[in-house]
Design a protein around this ligand. Structure first.
Ligand code: NDP
Ligand code: MG
Length: 390
């Protein structure tokens, strides 16, 4: 039996992962399931799958979790240290689907114990790419991307000569506002931004899709995962969201990966890798679809995208700063303290300040340095936003 753990089990990716695992109960032994506020879901899945341990990120919810698990034989724990400890428990396959920077340490711990890490959490590669890759290599761990675009590139590259890769194209739906007039974007609300035209995902990533901060994170992820230069990564708006990514080779061939919008494909691919097994996803009906369209994104509509290329050019720990500033700006947008288009402005100002200040942005890729830059960028983002309100 394969030992599996799911970090972020109560979220959109986590629930899709559990759906696949629960279909083959004899094939898996569930080690750890983790969540945040959704104690009822966490406890019911931990009972149903007979997990060894269930962990909530929130220490104040430990008693609730204990009550919900009473008599089940499932251990209960809470807090960041308990999440890290759960990631140290031997497992063959670990899903990393916590949202935000909180997903970084559990992912690194899983790699340290040599697990296959199915990586949905974007921040791991954006903030700590070289550290995550180094940790995997040193301990026999493997990273299999779950983000649909990166899974698509990974699949298109399987069996190919990586030296012959010329260009990788990531597609983007364009998000909720792709056809809105520019002047209306400034007053867009969090509810409007959280409605995705094609994919069904968590609130934060859906808003990040509307602003293309999501695609910006993915550009940086692609650079780290596939060792690409900035000018080898292209983004195209593809409203039908059927082609998830394309890989262009030096002989002129382009390999595209197509599929329906169902994350269980990428999750299932990572779960069964290196094999391909049947998955309960719909099949794409190209004749019914009729045509696929592509266009270049407009720089002024999606300023976040330009920031990703700036981060790659800056190098060092700029990715960690970018991600942290983005998380603070997104918090402020959700709380209606700043507008939709202000998010990219805030992040750009934080990058300006960190570029100019004598901060250790060029410090080595160690966890302490990443945590320090993350903290600093959050403080800078708060300062920038406070100054804007004066
Ligand atoms: P959700 O918001 O649906 O779920 C997030 C999960 O993380 C939940 O289990 C949540 O718990 C938990 N969580 C929230 N805050 C913390 C914290 N501080 N510490 C520990 N756990 C926490 O997100 P998604 O499933 O949509 O996305 C998960 C990750 O995967 C993100 O990084 C996202 O960018 C990435 N991703 C998602 C895709 C998708 O289709 N959804 C596609 C590609 C990548 P609870 O809900 O119980 O509070
Ligand atoms: Mg994606």
């Amino acid at each position: 039996m394969r030992r599996v753990s799911v970090f972020g089990a109560t979220g959109s990716i986590g629930q899709n992962t559990i759906d696949l695992i629960a279909r083959a109960p004899d094939a898996y032994r569930v080690v750890a399931l983790t969540g945040g506020q959704n104690i009822a879901q966490l406890a019911s899945d931990a009972r149903r799958l007979n997990a060894e341990i269930a962990v909530t990120a929130d220490v104040d919810r430990l008693d609730d979790l204990r009550d919900a698990l009473a008599g089940s034989g499932v251990e209960a724990a809470a807090g960041a240290a308990a999440l890290a400890e759960a990631a140290c428990r031997p497992a063959d396959w670990v899903m990393s689907a916590i949202v935000g920077a909180a997903g970084l340490v559990p992912g690194l711990k899983a790699l340290e114990q040599g697990a296959t890490l199915a990586l949905a959490n974007k921040e791991t590669l954006v903030a700590a790419g070289p550290l995550a890759l180094r940790t995997a290599q040193a301990n026999g761990g493997t990273i299999i991307p779950v983000d649909s675009e990166h899974s698509a590139v990974f699949q298109a590259l399987t069996g190919e000569d990586r030296r012959a890769v010329e260009r990788v194209t990531l597609t983007a739906s364009g998000g909720a506002f792709r056809d809105w007039p520019m002047q209306k974007l400034r007053s867009a609300t969090p509810e409007e931004a959280a409605t995705h035209p094609t994919w069904d995902m968590g609130q934060r990533i859906t808003i990040d899709s509307a602003s293309m901060f999501n695609k910006a994170l993915e550009v940086i992820e692609a650079k780290e995962l596939f060792h690409l230069a900035a000018d080898q990564i292209e983004v195209l708006i593809h409203p039908e969201s059927c082609v998830h990514a394309l890989v262009g080779f030096t002989d002129g061939a382009i390999m595209a990966h197509l599929g329906v919008h169902d994350m269980r494909h990428a999750i299932g691919y990572a779960l069964h890798w290196p094999e391909r097994r049947d998955l309960p996803v719909d099949r794409l009906d190209l004749a019914a679809l009729g045509r696929l369209t592509f266009r270049a994104p407009e720089a002024d509509r999606y300023p976040a995208l330009g920031l990703a290329y700036r981060v790659i050019a800056r190098g060092g720990l700029a990715g960690a700063a970018f991600n942290a500033a983005k998380e603070r700006a997104l918090d402020a947008f959700i709380a209606r303290r700043i507008g939709f288009m202000d998010m990219a402005e805030v992040v750009a100002r934080v990058l300006d300040r960190l570029d100019a200040a004598p901060v250790p942005i060029d410090a080595p890729f160690e966890l302490d340095n990443i945590v320090a830059i993350d903290h600093l960028a959050r403080c800078e983002a708060d300062r920038v936003m406070a100054q804007r309100q004066q």
